[in-house]
Design a protein around this ligand. Structure first.
Ligand SMILES: Cc1cc2nc3c(=O)[nH]c(=O)nc-3n(C[C@H](O)[C@H](O)[C@H](O)COP(=O)(O)OP(=O)(O)OC[C@H]3O[C@@H](n4cnc5c(N)ncnc54)[C@H](O)[C@@H]3O)c2cc1C
Length: 455
């Protein structure tokens, strides 16, 4: 009997190879530009399946890709020729409303997580697009609408169950395997496969104040200058992002989106400056269910579209950055593309950069997102992102969000993503994954080891 048949007997989930009819849909990830052909995909049902897969990969010398919500734009959730450990069917979640804790499996997406926690009027900081996976987002840091008051997603992680490279299942918390727990909160998928996350929850909504105001593109410079100034005194409860985009009517535009976490009347007062500036040509800012806020951007970022992204942290939107971004967007090849400014502020910014592996606790995340549908237009869209990114480099001190690193970025950029925490992460990597089994990620090299050949 072949090794794959043996594996089929050892796991509860489906084991899919190129010979199976479901192969093409099982290998598809969120970013349609990623077109990889793994040797096999195991759709795990539980931690025992994950342990079996890790053992199988070691025995067979296979490269391992780990898949949660499959939103890695770099395509890290799949691979050519290796084993995809697919966790997307592991969607269990239990909420203890009294203690305000959720235990959640790694196949959940934020829309699913929010639905369960909002049933109790609770939530934690999650991603801004509903179908993003909780797993990859959490392990990389996690910025979102609630971060100003509640901190980033990693700041709300209380513990995790992790299958290590040697097949052991361990629990990591602030007091148990605390080095691993520190590394998981920003170190991505480098240390093992998380089979359960434990999150701290907070009372949120169901109604909050949020939404979007839109200004004409011709006024983008003024809007960005106003937004930059507004951020300096915005309260923790108000998280506001700016975006240069193409509106549904086909016209280029500049918008400000926000969410206020607190009483609705307070929120309505706090967003007045955003509603009054300009005035906007479209005002959709006001009371909104938290669930509505969390799905507000879904249509702007649909699945099965071609994507190429680059990102950086900038200290502020000075004149140079604004000019470069506006100039670039005037030449954007695809109306689906956008440039997003999302601040790390409030509670998220008061955490010491070395308290968790996620280090970027100040400034504004600037994402240059190219989305288009025709493969023939790849060169133009990729070139637009690269040129825009080049144009802002004089204003960038260095620093990038690990979850938005592209697939073609080198070691220097990976180190910038981990910043001052890289050296400590290499030590922890050497302890928990000395042979670098988990390497399809923004890879941290195990300290004092030469990269092993094969796995
Ligand atoms: C449309 C869109 C919107 C986004 N919005 C936000 C946002 O608002 N805030 C934000 O912070 N980020 C955001 N991101 C970035 C997001 O954090 C990353 O894309 C992240 O990787 C998504 O996690 P995932 O589980 O869906 O991805 P996957 O592609 O499944 O996983 C990415 C990587 O994470 C690791 N991983 C996944 N699951 C596990 C696990 N259980 N154990 C160990 N390692 C694992 C693996 O290395 C894997 O390759 C967004 C991305 C997209 C595409």
């Amino acid at each position: 009997m072949g090794a794959i048949d043996e594996l089929r007997k050892r796991v509860r989930g489906a084991v899919i190879t190129g010979a199976d009819p479901g192969y093409d849909s099982a290998r598809r990830v969120w970013n349609a530009i990623i077109d990889k052909r793994p040797q096999l995909i195991v759709q795990c049902r539980n931690a025992a399946d994950v342990i079996a897969c890790v053992g199988y990969a070691r025995e067979e010398g296979l490269v391992v890709a780990v898949r949660g919500g499959a939103h890695s734009v770099a395509g890290n959730a799949t691979c050519d020729g290796g084993l995809v450990i697919d966790l997307s069917e592991m969607k269990g979640i239990r909420v203890d409303a009294e203690r305000r804790i959720a235990w959640a499996e790694p196949g959940l997406r934020w829309v699913e997580f929010d639905r369960e926690t909002q049933a109790f009027g609770l939530a934690t900081t999650g991603g801004t697009v509903g179908d993003t996976g909780i797993a990859g987002l959490t392990l990389g840091g996690g910025f979102g609408w609630l971060e100003g008051r509640l901190g980033m997603t990693v700041d709300n992680l209380l513990g995790a169950d992790v299958v290590l490279a040697n097949g052991d299942l361990v629990h990591a918390t602030a007091s148990e395997n605390s080095d691993l727990f520190w590394a998981l909160r920003g170190g991505g998928g480098n240390f093992g496969i998380v089979t359960s996350f434990e999150y701290r929850l907070h009372p949120v909504g169901p109604m909050i104040v949020g939404g979007l105001v839109v200004h004409p593109f011709a006024r983008a410079a003024g809007v960005l200058a106003f937004y930059n100034e507004f951020l300096r005194s915005a309260p923790d409860a108000l998280t506001a992002a700016a975006v240069i985009m193409t509106a549904p009517d086909g016209n280029k535009a500049c918008g400000i989106a926000c969410a206020y976490l607190g009483p609705v009347e307070e929120g309505e007062k706090a967003v007045q400056p955003l509603k009054q500036f300009g005035p906007p040509i479209l005002d959709m800012m006001g009371p909104i269910p938290y669930a509505g806020q969390q799905s507000m951007l879904d249509q702007a970022m649909p699945p099965n579209v071609l994507n190429y992204w680059k990102a950086d942290f900038i200290p502020e939107i000075g004149e140079g950055v604004a000019r470069a971004a506006i100039d670039a967007y005037s030449r954007v090849p695809s109306p689906m593309s956008s440039i997003l400014f999302f601040p790390i502020h409030g509670a998220a910014s008061r955490v010491d950069p070395q308290a968790t592996a996620y280090p970027h606790r100040r400034g504004i995340h600037m994402g240059i997102y190219s989305l288009w549908t025709d493969l023939a237009e790849k060169n133009a869209n990729v070139a637009w992102v690269r040129e825009t990114w080049q144009a802002i480099q004089p204003f960038v001190p260095g620093g990038v969000y690990v979850n938005e690193l592209g697939e073609d970025e080198g070691d220097d950029r990976v180190r910038q993503a981990y910043g001052p925490n890289y050296a400590r992460l290499t030590q922890i990597k050497a302890k928990y994954d000395p042979k670098n089994l988990f390497r399809l990620n923004a890879n941290i090299r195990p300290a004092q080891t030469v990269e092993p050949a094969g796995v």
